[in-house]
Design a protein around this ligand. Structure first.
Ligand code: G6P
Length: 613
């Protein structure tokens, strides 16, 4: 979704805001804009296209001032054009507003404004907000009080929003407000920041405070004041951000995605580090749930979207195997609308890298209304999903900037295994020794991942050879099946080719009709009890002309005769094999897309966290 930055301090605001936008560009990148308060005038510049277009428009333009706001957009209302780019202003250019989210009653608000003589220059819902603030600031009980005017407007908005507002009469005040979407305050010395996420300001300060639902912040050089929408001051806690600036930079890689793929061994170490005590007990203390409540669960639902959904399917297989508990996995966008059967003995696990995905957040809310116990598995401390769940298990993957998820998915996998082992231990379905042994297998994964990353040259070469193909199929069985889905999703996201992942046993029931001479089919065939059946499936597709790309375990020669290309992985427990399979699938998709000349960090039409349903 859109990225938002606000700044008030002593430094040149344009530089600070543009730097913040650069770090947030992953959230949306179809247009961008800034407003800087320069000598009692708001200097506004906005451009369709990537941030580079805004940079070019600003080049050579003298914009001074130490207060500014900025925005990078993922279009909802109105196409990505210059005039729809944010910031939006009121009739006289006194107020500038940037906005993330969608205002559902915008048509009615715009009609009212037009009837009252305002001229709206864009197709957006956001512009209505600028004109409403203009009215409330000019007249009535909130006249002359910017914060009160914004609060009053927020109360009239339906939908979700983060708003950041500057006014030419207020050289020491930036206002931020939020509902349903994230807004974080960065607390510095003599300067303060607002942003959609902390990456925008961590080069300036690591002290942050997340705003809560329906709160507004008045940001001044010497402090911040947070109120509810009625104007009552509300207390809140600050937190320290551990990520260093380097984590949010490319560090010499051409793309963030390539860097994030390489970071996976370390990321998994972070996820599992410190999770087991000397006596073999798993330490998932942050879940703060009694053993008795864990024992009372009689079913589990995973809810998630995109790559997180694929991690969840692996979680289902692990929990069912280790805990003998029934587990369902549901795409979050479908979950609440089919009225699933939930009660207080249901465990709902919401998996989300960003912790802000609207579909998943709504699923969490629905589950809580039904009295289920909700656990978030997320990478983002203080995110909405973390806050609205009963407990949050943090994956500690570090910032993931590339839109297509790699290390976040990897750490989600590690997390679902840990949660599965924890449930098995507390419920007594696995002996402590066995839990310890599985944990130790998990602990070998970072080293195995380093090994896998070191052998990807062949996969890259193959990807370049395949780069003109327009259709690729991915097959797997058991835990290989969700990885087939993930391999196909990566290729779709990055290379815009039609890719389909499916259970290998299902292909004969229809999809085999897609196979013609030379169709590339990636088969996830690492060592597994189901492998003989997979060998049969490979033979079936090969007999129809498929070009088979087989991912197999070191030393296993049963599949080799049927492979046109072999990608070898080190051996590990079959249940844990998705952790290793992910890497060649990521590398294949990234290299395939790069060979087609595409930007793998910012694929077309996508956004990192989708905060609309
Ligand atoms: C978007 C991204 C996907 C991601 C999904 C879920 O669609 O493009 O890569 O997997 O959202 O995101 P989440 O932050 O909830 O894990």
């Amino acid at each position: 979704m859109c990225g938002i930055v606000g700044y008030v301090g002593a430094a040149p605001a344009l530089d600070v805001v543009l730097e913040g936008l650069r770090r947030l560009e992953y959230r949306g990148y179809d247009s961008a804009g800034v407003a800087v308060l320069d000598d009692a005038q708001l200097q506004v510049e906005r451009r369709a296209g990537k941030l580079a277009n805004l940079d070019a428009a600003l080049a050579g333009r003298q914009v001074n001032g130490t207060l500014g706001i900025g925005h990078t957009r993922w279009a909802t209302h109105g196409p990505p054009t210059d005039r729809n780019a944010h910031p939006h202003t009121d009739c006289s250019g006194a107020v500038a507003v940037v906005h993330n989210g969608t205002i559902e009653n915008f048509a009615e608000l715009r009609d009212g404004l037009e009837r009252r003589g305002h001229e709206l220059a864009s197709d957006t819902d956001t512009e209505a907000v600028a004109h409403l603030i203009e009215e409330r600031y000019a007249d009535g009980p909130t006249a002359g009080d910017l914060a009160a005017s914004v609060r009053s407007v927020c109360r009239d908005l339906d939908g979700s929003f983060v708003l950041v507002v500057a006014h030419r009469d207020h050289p020491d005040l930036v206002i931020g407000a939020r509902r349903n979407l994230p807004l974080v305050v960065g607390i510095g010395e003599g300067e303060n920041f607002l942003a959609s996420d902390v990456t925008a300001f961590i080069s300036h300060t690591r002290e942050a405070r997340a705003l809560d639902q329906d709160q507004l912040v008045e940001l001044r050089r010497d402090g911040v004041r947070v109120t509810d929408l009625d104007g009552n001051e509300v207390p809140g806690e600050t937190f320290h951000v551990d990520w260093d600036t380097a984590a949010a930079e490319k560090a010499g890689y051409e793309y963030f995605m390539l860097k994030e793929i390489q970071e996976q061994p370390e990321a998994v170490s972070q996820t599992i580090g410190g999770r087991i005590a000397a006596n073999g007990k798993l330490l998932l203390d942050e879940l703060s749930i009694s053993d008795e409540d864990v024992r009372d669960f009689d079913k589990v639902f995973f809810v998630a979207c995109g790559s997180a959904y694929h991690s969840s399917i692996v979680g289902k297989y692990a929990i069912e195997r280790w805990c003998r508990l029934p587990v369902e996995v549901e795409m979050a966008s479908e979950f609440r609308y089919r009225d699933p059967v939930l009660d207080k003995d249901t465990l709902v696990i919401a998996v989300s890298q960003s912790g802000e995905t609207a579909d998943t957040l709504e699923a969490v809310r629905h589950a809580r209304q039904q009295r289920a116990w909700v656990m978030a598995i997320t990478n983002t401390v203080g995110s909405s999903i973390a806050r609205e769940s009963n407990a949050a298990f943090y994956t500690r993957g570090g910032p993931e900037i590339a839109v297509a998820s790699t290390k976040a998915t990897m750490t989600q996998l590690a997390a679902v295994y840990l949660v599965g082992l924890f449930l098995a231990q507390v419920r007594g379905t696995r002996e402590d020794d066995e839990v310890r042994s599985h944990f130790h297998d998990l602990a070998t994964i970072p080293e195995l991942l380093r090994d896998v990353l070191g052998r990807m040259d062949g996969t890259r070469k193959l990807a370049r050879e395949l780069a003109n193909e327009e259709r690729v199929l991915f097959l797997g069985r058991h835990v290989g099946y969700p990885m087939a889905l993930e391999g196909a999703l990566k290729l779709k996201e990055l290379a815009y080719v039609s890719a389909e992942g499916m259970p290998a046993g299902e292909i004969k029931h229809g999809p085999i009709a897609l196979i013609e001479k030379g169709t590339p089919v990636v088969v996830l065939a690492t060592r597994h009890a189901l492998q003989p059946k997979l060998v049969t499936n490979i033979q079936e597709i090969r007999a129809r002309g498929a070009r088979t790309i087989v991912i197999a375990t070191d030393g296993d020669d049963t599949v080799a005769p049927y492979a046109d290309h072999l990608i070898r992985l080190p051996d590990t427990k079959s249940l844990l094999s998705p952790l290793l399979m992910l890497v060649p699938l990521q590398v294949l998709a990234a290299e395939f897309a790069m060979a087609r000349g595409l930007d793998i960090d910012q694929p077309r039409n996508l956004a990192k966290s989708v905060t609309v349903e």
